[in-house]
Ligand binder design. Structure first.
Ligand SMILES: Nc1nc2c(ncn2[C@@H]2O[C@H](COP(=O)(O)OP(=O)(O)OP(=O)(O)O)[C@@H](O)[C@H]2O)c(=O)[nH]1
Ligand SMILES: [Mg+2]
Length: 271
């Protein structure tokens, strides 16, 4: 974690703007709690990525809440590209004061430079690839060609640092840990997936019960996650010998369907 922070701090010196990627389904939980300390006063564009999987109204509220006091906030989908075309313009506007100060000192104009930061799996690589149209920096086929940071040109006025900064999320709060695991920032291998799926079902029962009832054709929802998980497993015929529900298979199914957006667009953090 300390190493990742040091790398971000080093890269920060090279850029005019930071693009902070958050998961639109969990804008609070996917934020590094030290972010303001790490990024300081550098102009910042907050990008709510995976907006296609999040509740639209909640995303609008989050964008309004986060995009204040010199920080801009945009909602995008890095896979399909929705919202992406606003990024270079927003970065240029954020960097305008710095660019003006450079010009006033007689420094030759150059493209606005930005770096991407975000937690694991938030979509940093997808974002860079989509923004640059896969036009990544050439590294050369001879050793010794690459010296210093690699810049990827988005357009003549906007360049991205090729290496995204990884910022670890906060694990201490169990509620945050669950949300990070649900959205894929923490590997399923380090959590109990039956507990995780049960927790998801409890969250969705509270937020969008009709989505669960429709998806799994359930007349009523028990409220207790493991019981709901058993109902889902029975509905889908995931049984072991003796007719008991295979909770492990049911958990894998529910988690996959949530992550693919099949339960609907559900935001787990509320502004
Ligand atoms: N639905 C949806 N999926 C996305 C979006 N952006 C990225 N993904 C998916 O999220 C997963 C992680 O994306 P990456 O771009 O690899 O994320 P990353 O931040 O580079 O991950 P690390 O390098 O492991 O830290 C992939 O399966 C992407 O296809 C998005 O806007 N919408
Ligand atoms: Mg990546």
């Amino acid at each position: 974690m300390a190493k990742a922070r040091r790398q971000v701090a080093e890269s920060l010196k090279l850029v005019d703007v930071v693009v902070e990627l958050l998961d639109a389904r969990i804008p609070a939980s996917s934020r590094n709690p030290m972010i303001n300390e790490i990024l300081g006063s550098k102009p910042r564009l907050i990008v709510l990525n995976k907006a296609d999987l999040a509740d639209e109204q909640a995303t609008r509220e989050w964008a309004a809440k986060l995009g204040t006091g010199g920080t801009r906030a945009l909602a995008i989908n890095s896979v399909q590209g929705q919202g992406m075309n606003q990024v270079p313009k927003a970065a240029r506007e954020l960097a305008a004061p710095v660019m003006a100060a450079r010009a006033a000192k007689g420094i030759r104009p150059r493209a606005v430079r930005a770096m991407i930061v975000g937690i694991p799996n938030v979509g940093k690589s997808s974002f860079i690839n989509r923004l640059t149209g896969g036009n990544r920096a050439k590294t050369g086929d001879k050793p010794g060609v690459t010296r210093g940071p690699q810049w990827v040109k988005v357009n003549p006025d906007f360049e991205l640092l090729d290496t995204p900064g990884i910022l670890w999320p906060k694990f201490e709060d169990p509620e945050v840990g669950v949300k990070l695991a649900l959205t894929g920032a923490i590997s399923d291998l380090v959590v109990n997936i039956e507990d995780l799926a049960a927790k998801l079902l409890e969250l969705v029962t509270a937020l969008k019960p009709e989505a669960l009832q429709q998806r799994y054709k359930l007349d009523s929802l028990p409220g207790e996650g493991t019981e709901t998980l058993a109902l889902v497993g029975r509905r889908r015929g995931l049984l072991v010998h003796g007719g008991e529900v295979d909770l492990s298979k049911a958990a894998v199914l529910v988690l996959r369907e949530y992550r693919e957006g099949l339960l609907g667009r559900i935001t787990l953090d509320h502004p």
